[in-house]
Write a protein that binds this ligand. Sequence first.
Ligand SMILES: C[C@@](CO)(OP(=O)(O)O)[C@H](O)COP(=O)(O)OP(=O)(O)OC[C@H]1O[C@@H](n2ccc(N)nc2=O)[C@H](O)[C@@H]1O
Ligand SMILES: Nc1ncnc2c1ncn2[C@@H]1O[C@H](COP(=O)(O)OP(=O)(O)O)[C@@H](O)[C@H]1O
Length: 274
Amino acid sequence: MITFPNAKINLGLSITEKRPDGYHNLETVFYPVALEDALEIHTYSQEDKKFALYQHGLEITGNPEDNLVVRAYLLLNKEYHLPPIEIHLYKHIPSGAGLGGGSADAAFMLKLLNEYYQLKLTESQLEVYAATLGADCAFFIKNTPTFAEGIGNIFSPISLSLKGYQIAIIKPDVFVSTREAFSKIHPHHPEFPIKEVIRRPIEEWKELLINDFETSVFPQHPIIKEIKEELYCQGAVYASMSGSGSSVFGLFRPECCIPDLNFKEGTFCYIGKL
Ligand SMILES: C[C@@](CO)(OP(=O)(O)O)[C@H](O)COP(=O)(O)OP(=O)(O)OC[C@H]1O[C@@H](n2ccc(N)nc2=O)[C@H](O)[C@@H]1O
Ligand SMILES: Nc1ncnc2c1ncn2[C@@H]1O[C@H](COP(=O)(O)OP(=O)(O)O)[C@@H](O)[C@H]1O
């Protein structure tokens, strides 16, 4: 059985408080994007191993046992004693990009196992499992536009449709550590709350909808700022870094003809429709 885990972008991201546990409270809107990995599972015929993971496409750092699809499988296996499985993961969403690719894979693995082995888990139960695998992971269970607060794990649905808009996602060949990006932030409540800004016309977002990580990440990686500026030059109605970077997205009007985007070699570029 096969499924296609998709990426997300952050529309605005405010880091509001540092918590006693070292984590930060934040506010953001997660919006799904049709940039997809492919994830396939089969019951494994050789029963001497619990799982075998075959990776294709873009590279993922770390050991196979730490891959979030494996962690999702082991999590459900602990409770439901699942048969051994063979996993094929084709990575198309770049990692460490602020696009939630790892979290999407984990959440879609939970949904896939639920269906394949008829575990009859409800959406709420899947969300509880997903939340243990990563702060934003549970978002991908419903996978609809969502306002997130807390450490990025308390969700409320929002009514927002960007259907028809085009999106360009550009990721330069630089790595941003999420932990380090957080450590450079001075938390504060935003002047214009994201939940309100998002209801305003998209033309106003450029001035009002802010990703706080840009302030801490841009000075260290000017290339990310340059990409954002280039997307505006090319006609984006709104452009921003996603999450803690290093990808930047630009939203273009449905009728806009996105010109050829020429970035340095090694830069990931995706153009699609919302
Ligand atoms: C901030 C967001 C917004 O979308 O960034 P992106 O991952 O999308 O870039 C996410 O919520 C990130 O979630 P996730 O990527 O799962 O972060 P984790 O691995 O749980 O945390 C990495 C490190 O970031 C810090 N961290 C993370 C989340 C949070 N609310 N406060 C924090 O201070 C902690 O130091 C933690 O050790
Ligand atoms: N299936 C997976 N896909 C991508 N990254 C994964 C996966 N499993 C584990 N990881 C690890 O998770 C980290 C964060 O990945 P990802 O969620 O794609 O980035 P981001 O948090 O920037 O959105 C990577 O450093 C990678 O080593």
